[in-house]
Design a protein around this ligand. Structure first.
Ligand SMILES: NC(=O)c1ccc[n+]([C@@H]2O[C@H](COP(=O)([O-])OP(=O)(O)OC[C@H]3O[C@@H](n4cnc5c(N)ncnc54)[C@H](O)[C@@H]3O)[C@@H](O)[C@H]2O)c1
Length: 348
């Protein structure tokens, strides 16, 4: 399977490594890269997809460029007859989501979204525990994302910290949001209600660096995701599944799952690109299809338009700290409660 990559630096470097690995395993041939910058890669590089395609004829395109470029690049790849693995956020508006979904359908092509934690063994084990009723009735899904990020984080690329492209729920903790939506089984639904509380503690950015979202839908457990990049200390991001018979705690980045404090054994993880290649070869179901990013895209679009008030926070060297937020994001996930309901001074 001939695979091209768009965007080779930043997160793209991981795709380069993965493509080289898949080449050694004989699963894919890494044919070339498209990037607007000069890049150091072990394959030919091109300034745009049509010029790469004219010479190298890819069958699959991996898109790992900045979010605002995804729509056009995905459509260009479809135009060339390629299936796509596009990084999250796949697109930034519901209109673009509908558009690429319908072009894919018309052309008989597929699009996988780079939510790699959907391929983890811990995710599959958790789904089967929920499905078998082992946790009882599910009463809520909470997620907490808490990282310390310095000034350098916002200096790494032009779109970092820009509302509409970035924000804690759209980018750094996108997996927390997506995983919570999946576990509540609302990921494909259009009829969700979204309550947002977005804040920023830096006047140099327009996107949120501290956020809480509650998502509700008929016949589904409520979801609350609370996030911050202004913590005193970082925590591995975590998703809590509250059930009448117990609680599951899922550290998705570490592929680690406990139920009622017992560590669960988990099957091996599935790589998203390998899965896409096998989907083409023998119809293996996609683990992170575009259709499952509908509710996420609804939230992302609203994050791009919401008010993001500035909060007074403390500068500590090269970082900004919001006092008290460390406990608050964890409590929001535990209680399925918003910042306002938890009585935070800054909650709306
Ligand atoms: N799945 C994950 O865990 C994960 C982690 C980090 C980032 N991401 C996602 O990966 C994507 C890229 O993020 P990043 O931080 O690497 O971005 P970045 O700004 O570092 O850009 C990545 C690469 O794309 C290139 N590029 C920029 N515009 C381009 C264009 N129009 N055409 C071709 N190449 C272009 C840049 O030169 C760079 O090499 C984003 O969607 C981000 O959210 C995913």
């Amino acid at each position: 399977m001939r695979v091209a990559l768009v965007g080779a630096r930043g997160h793209g470097a991981r795709h380069v490594e993965n493509l080289v690995r898949l080449g050694h395993d004989g699963l894919a041939t890494f044919v070339g890269v498209v990037d607007v910058a000069d890049v150091d890669v072990p394959v030919p590089s091109y300034p745009d997809l049509p010029s790469l395609a004219a010479e190298l004829h890819p069958e699959v395109v991996v898109v790992s460029s900045p979010p605002a470029t995804h729509r056009d690049l995905v459509l260009e790849a479809f135009e060339l007859g390629c299936d796509v693995l596009v990084e999250k956020p796949a697109v930034l508006s519901v209109h673009d989501f509908e558009e690429i979904s319908s072009v894919a359908r018309e052309r008989g092509l597929v699009c996988q979204v780079g939510f790699q934690t959907q391929g983890t063994g811990s995710y599959r084990r958790l789904c089967s525990l929920i499905g078998s009723g082992a946790l009882g009735d599910i009463t809520g899904i909470g997620a907490a994302g808490r990282w310390v990020r310095t000034d350098a984080y916002y200096e790494r690329s032009e779109w970092a910290g820009r509302q509409g492209d970035d924000g804690t729920l759209v980018n750094p903790f996108a997996h927390a949001l997506q995983n919570a939506l999946l576990l509540a089984d609302v990921e494909e639904r259009a009829d969700i209600a979204v309550e947002l509380e977005l804040y920023r503690c830096r006047d140099t950015i327009t996107a949120d660096d501290t956020a809480c979202v509650r998502i509700t839908a008929d016949d589904a457990p409520p979801v609350v995701v609370a996030t911050t990049l202004c913590a005193t200390t970082s925590l591995p991001p975590v998703v809590l599944v509250h059930g009448t018979l117990g609680q599951a705690v899922w550290w998705y980045d570490d592929d680690r799952l406990t139920v009622n404090d017992h560590r669960m054994a988990t099957p091996p993880s599935v790589d998203l690109l390998e899965n896409l290649v096998r989907h083409r070869q023998n119809g293996e179901p996609l683990v992170a299809p575009l259709a499952a990013a509908r509710a996420f895209t609804t939230v992302a679009e609203q994050c791009g338009k919401a008010d993001v008030p500035l909060l007074p926070a403390r500068r500590v060297g090269d970082r900004v700290v919001l006092d008290g937020i460390d406990e608050v994001v964890v409590r929001a996930a535990e209680k399925i409660a918003t910042f306002a309901e938890l009585g935070c001074g800054f909650g709306r």
